[in-house]
Write a protein that binds this ligand. Structure first.
Ligand code: AGP
Length: 608
């Protein structure tokens, strides 16, 4: 959702900015633009549509200058047209600004500015920023931005250049991610490490209500109250090749195939097989309270929410803790009343999801302690939680989350196991769990080796317009995640249902035109799932079963079977997810969908 990349240094800015924009494509956008400064001149170039459209427009245009700002816009205020694309400029075309987030009081600001004669060129909230900054400019761009920050309500990660101060970019942040990159031949700013990882892995994180002046020579950070901030640069672990396809046709497929390594990365250095207890250094700051905790709430959105739903059942199995799972977008509007020593776990791939951030802020206000399970190091959720666990899964570029879901399941299991071992869970159970966790990467590889078989199933069914996914207990959230994956990337309508609920309504839909995917491993719910599958078959519904290897009974009932290896009941979700991902991927491929950048979706949803 909206991407920012900026560069100031000794090299031509145009190719660096375009390269950065391409790296941000996965975030989701519908127009793009850049502004490059060459002495006292600033060239503005924008286009509706894809980055390739912008490139076509400017390929043969000489755009000199070593300072520039660039943006991909995901429309919120105003249609995705060229005029609404960023950068936006003031009346005199001196200030050029790009912005992620939403200026909530832009209506009243716009009215005021209009009274003083300002004419608008766009329908965006962002344009007010350009006019305000121009109005406050008195030689110092930093001060003009600081004054503007005090006037605007809402969220922003923004970057500004001004004709009268060549070679300087001012960036500011409140509620939208913004990272500064410290390079050899210049400095960077971006909404996401991916945009600059090719040039530098040294980053400075801006906190909310901070701003920074960036030049080729250095970076100076200050607060909205003009207090200077000294902050050392951190080194990020991501490698440039993490953001390459490496021979795969799509990032989604690459990330599905990375999952054995993703599980290893989530567990690396965290398992103590002999003791049956994981080590999770990131939660040590709150360990004394956490080990006494009896009430937890997991808050998350989308795929992360489904991981949370699996997590609840794993906690129920391994610990004495009551766990609730809440959709972050609903949670903060509830009457929150927590028992003492309640922990909130924010589960988020990006660490920037606005709904999840808002939910944990509200929970913190009500006295709960915050834990984060996030993939992006230094992200807002990572910084706003008292302690947490990183996924260490590397960048996930495909908009549809795959490997992070698997990583979240792995980490939730480790956390539950750790807490359970300090409660009632025996050494034998702990050792058994660690052994089973250690086997998962190879078991996932075994499922991936059935890719051709799953592709053949997809080829048979991709033309069906409505699908049902059924599961029970651990399998129920996987049914929901399987349905979400299919609808996100193939645009096929799919519903995930608790199998027991089928006869209370959805059974009316079953007919030869509606495939059902049944998550049916040999767990405690097996016999009940068999009953549900028979109900589907007796209504002539096509049936695809995800079953434990060697299950002859299911072979007799289902039209198609995808086998997964045997594991502990609470680890089946990890294995059962993989066929769902591949099924969704291949259906989308047969339908020629834009798999890594599905329509209307953004990777990181930074607006509520
Ligand atoms: C995943 O496929 C989705 N695109 C989406 O549901 C995502 O999981 C959700 O927006 C939460 O994101 P987060 O994990 O970054 O917080």
């Amino acid at each position: 959702m909206c991407g920012i990349v900026c560069y100031v240094g000794t090299q031509d800015a145009k190719p660096i900015l375009l390269e950065g924009l391409r790296r941000l494509e996965y975030r989701g956008y519908d127009s793009a633009g850049l502004a490059v400064q060459d002495g006292g001149e600033i060239g503005l170039h924008r286009s509706a549509g894809r980055i390739i459209d912008l490139e076509k427009k400017i390929n043969d245009v000489a755009i000199p200058g070593c300072t520039g700002i660039a943006h991909t816009r995901w429309a919120t205020h105003g249609e995705p047209t060229e005029e609404n694309a960023h950068p936006h400029r003031d009346q005199e075309e001196k200030v050029f600004v790009i912005h992620n987030g939403i200026i909530e009081n832009y209506h009243s600001l716009k009215k005021k500015l209009a009274k003083s004669g300002v004419k608008y060129r766009s329908d965006t909230d962002t344009e007010v920023l350009a006019h305000l900054i121009a109005g406050h400019f008195d030689g110092s761009l930093t001060e003009a931005v600081r004054k503007t920050m005090s006037q605007v309500e809402g969220t922003f990660g923004l970057a500004v250049i001004h004709k009268d101060v060549p070679g300087e970019i001012v960036v500011a942040r409140r509620g939208s991610p913004l990272i500064i990159g410290v390079g050899e031949d210049g400095n960077f700013a971006a909404s996401d490490v991916a945009a600059m990882v090719r040039y530098t892995n040294k980053v400075l994180h801006l906190n909310d209500n901070e701003l920074a002046s960036i030049t080729a020579e250095g970076v100076s950070i200050s607060t909205a109250q003009a207090k200077e901030v000294q902050r050392p640069a951190e080194t990020v672990e991501w490698l440039p090749e993490d953001a390459e396809l490496n021979g795969f046709p799509h990032f989604m497929l690459k990330e599905i195939f990375e999952q054995p390594e993703t599980i290893n990365n989530a567990m690396r250095g965290r398992l103590e097989p002999g003791e049956g207890v994981p080590k999770l250094g990131g939660i040590m700051p709150v360990w004394n309270d956490l080990k006494k905790c009896r009430h937890m709430v997991i808050v998350a959105c989308g795929t992360s929410y489904y991981a949370g739903c699996v997590g609840r059942t794993i906690f129920e199995k391994l610990t004495e803790i009551d766990v609730e799972v809440e959709l972050a977008s609903e949670f903060r509007y509830q009457k929150l009343n927590f028992p003492p020593n309640t922990f909130i776990i924010a589960l988020s791939q990006s660490g920037e999801t606005a709904d999840t951030l808002a939910a944990i802020r509200e929970a913190s206000r009500k006295g709960a302690t915050l834990l984060g399970i996030v993939n992006v190091v230094g992200s807002s959720i990572a910084r706003e939680t008292a302690a947490g666990i990183y996924n260490h899964a590397g960048p996930e570029i495909g908009v549809a989350s795959t490997k992070i879901f698997i990583s979240q399941l792995t980490i939730l299991t480790l956390l539950a196991l750790l807490l359970g071992r300090h409660q009632n869970l025996s050494l034998t159970e702990g050792v058994e769990a660690i052994k089973a966790l250690g086997a998962l990467p190879d078991q996932v590889r075994q499922i991936l080796s059935q890719d051709n078989h799953i592709q053949a199933i997809a080829e048979k069914y991709f033309k069906y317009n409505n699908w049902l996914f059924l599961g029970r207990k651990y399998g129920y959230p996987i049914a929901m995640e399987g349905a979400l994956k299919l609808k996100e990337i193939s645009y096929i309508h799919a519903e995930g249902y608790a199998a027991g609920e089928m006869k209370h309504g959805p059974i009316a839909l079953i007919n030869p035109e509606m495939p059902t995917v049944a998550i049916a491993p040999r767990d405690a719910m097996y016999e009940k799932m068999i009953g549900n599958m028979q109900e589907v078959k007796s209504r002539r519904g096509p049936l695809i079963a995800i079953a434990t290897e060697g299950d002859e009974k299911i072979r007799e009932i289902a039209d198609e079977v995808i086998e997964i290896p045997h594991t502990l009941e609470y680890l089946y979700p990890v294995l059962a997810t993989v066929p769902c991902q591949l099924l969704a991927y291949h259906c989308a491929r047969f339908l020629n969908r834009d798999i890594d950048k599905p329509r209307n979706l953004a990777k990181s949803v930074t607006v509520e």
